[in-house]
Design a protein around this ligand. Structure first.
Ligand code: FAD
Length: 455
């Protein structure tokens, strides 16, 4: 704990995933923490109000950050373990691919609203954090850490002074806008041409799950793909990803016939799993998929950004929440190591940004893999070789996916190591190919010699 930070006041904007967990960490540092969130209290509001994905895959980084503040066991009690991917091919064939080679290398599917409610509860009851739901940030004075908040119920704006403001207000962060206004700030926002829609695989009429529950289900495809996370009640929540516009796109799913025709052609076994398909396609909104890269993330000792506000990624590596949770842990470490808070915030940005930038690239690359390669023989062979080597040499070989999802190796370090491994694997494949070719040439040569002797 940093003794100089005691009794100082922090205002966190946003009680989403990163804001609620950051509040727990900051309260443990001795700060007086107030959190302002524009939405209603997730513990009393109807589920799914957020409109973002309903459930999420929790992996090693997120688990470590939750564990550090004693919340992991409670979260895992409310989650479904996912031991691998079940890949559904367009022809209806189904194949299971384990996530890792070790017993603990699994993901956990958690409901977003339930997770946030648990974090808010923990922050309020055991860490003394005060939450103000239904209040949104209107303005921020970055030099004095003074915020102006507005009640969603109406009324005059209220000014609140703090020592530090944490911007955990997500991809369209208002804190970020005020932090960077008029400065030499970098900001890029890259929309994927694909969007997503939430659909459901409800429990079967017999009360049992319709598919193997303890797995992430993936329907890969070049023109559309779908993933489904399991829920504790035996249902699964699917995200259908496809282009917003074009010949095969959300825009063309405009009649029941078009919807059914599309599903039959692309996801052969999905129709019978999804009895409410047509109604859900018509009724559910299409979400955008955006990558945000930006800098700076901080202003002196007064303001800092975390989570999607600092680095939003597309969801194809399942790391947005996990990296946001990791931010909370790293920020806490930096505050503990530096008595000067400006230095702590600078150290935080320096420690995180190179890695979250790499995560942004990896997430887009995984989108391309899932779309184009995961169901092709070459990809499977590479993945099998990668896993085999990891099993044979567990201390020396770790697949990239394993490093990202099942370890806390910083993202850029994981990528650098994976590139080294890939070079070795490609070299070995080429050598094996050359040996095989040599063998084939020898065999063919011997056969030709036998034939000419026989003539
Ligand atoms: P948010 O969750 O967006 O929270 C921001 C909060 O700030 C919100 O509650 C919002 O209401 C509030 N707010 C905004 N503006 C204001 C304001 N002006 N005043 C007050 N409050 C404000 N990540 C994973 O790790 N695993 C997954 O499997 C995964 N799957 C995903 C699937 C999809 C389809 C999508 C879209 C994302 C997925 N993610 C996943 C990413 C994950 O959802 C985000 O990275 C995560 O929500 C970021 O948390 P956050 O707290 O930074 O931002």
């Amino acid at each position: 704990q940093n003794p100089f930070s005691r009794q100082e006041r922090v205002v966190v904007i946003g009680a989403g995933l990163s804001g609620s967990l950051a509040a727990v960490y900051l309260a443990r540092h001795g700060y007086l923490v107030d959190v302002y969130e524009r939405r209603p209290d997730p513990r009393t509001a109807p589920a799914g109000l957020g409109g973002r994905s309903i459930n999420l895959g929790l992996s090693a980084r997120g688990m470590r950050a939750l564990d550090e503040v004693g919340l992991l066991a409670d979260v895992l009690k409310r989650s479904v373990p996912m031991r691998g991917r079940v890949v559904h091919s367009p022809d209806g064939a189904v194949r299971f691919q384990p996530y890792g080679v070790r017993e603990h290398e699994i993901l956990h599917s958690v409901l977003r609203d339930e997770l946030i409610a648990l974090l808010v509860d923990a922050a309020e009851t055991s860490a003394g954090v005060r939450f103000h739901f239904g209040w949104r940030l209107n303005r921020l004075d970055r030099d004095t850490a003074t915020v102006e908040v507005l009640s969603e119920a109406g009324g005059d704006p209220v000014e609140v002074g703090a020592d530090l403001v944490v911007g955990a207000d997500g991809i369209h962060s208002v804190v970020r806008q005020h932090l960077q206004r008029g400065l030499r700030a970098d900001y890029s926002q890259e929309f994927l041409e694909w969007g997503y829609k939430e659909l459901t695989i409800p429990v079967g009429d017999d009360g049992e799950p319709r598919v193997r529950l303890e797995a992430l289900h993936v329907w890969p495809g070049e023109s559309a793909m779908m993933v489904a996370h399991p829920n504790v009640d035996g249902s699964l929540t699917c995200s259908l990803f496809m282009p917003h516009e074009g010949p095969v796109s959300f825009a063309t799913l405009d009649t029941p016939e078009a919807v059914l025709g599309f599903f039959r052609a692309n996801f052969a076994d999905a129709e019978e799993l999804m009895p409410n398909l047509v109604e859900e396609i018509a009724g559910h909104p299409v979400g955008h998929l955006v990558t945000v890269r930006t800098a700076p993330w901080r202003h002196g000792d007064r303001v800092v950004l975390i989570g999607d506000a600092a680095h939003a990624v597309v969801p194809f590596y399942g790391q947005g929440m996990n990296s946001a949770f990791e931010d909370c842990l790293v920020l806490s470490d930096c505050l503990a190591r530096h008595t000067d808070r400006a230095a702590a915030l600078a150290a935080f940005e320096a420690a995180r940004k190179p890695h979250t930038d790499v995560l942004a690239d990896l997430s887009i690359a995984n989108f391309v893999d899932l779309r184009d390669r995961v169901h092709k023989p070459g990809y499977t062979a590479h993945a099998v070789a990668d896993r085999l080597l990891s099993r044979l040499m567990p201390d020396r070989w770790t697949p990239l996916y394993t490093m990202v999802a099942h370890t806390t190796t910083p993202y850029a370090d994981a990528l650098a190591r994976a590139k080294r491994q890939d070079r070795i694997l490609r070299g070995a494949t080429a050598a094996a190919g050359a040996l095989a070719a040599l063998g084939a040439v020898t065999t063919i040569g011997a056969a030709l010699r036998r034939r000419s002797r026989g003539r």
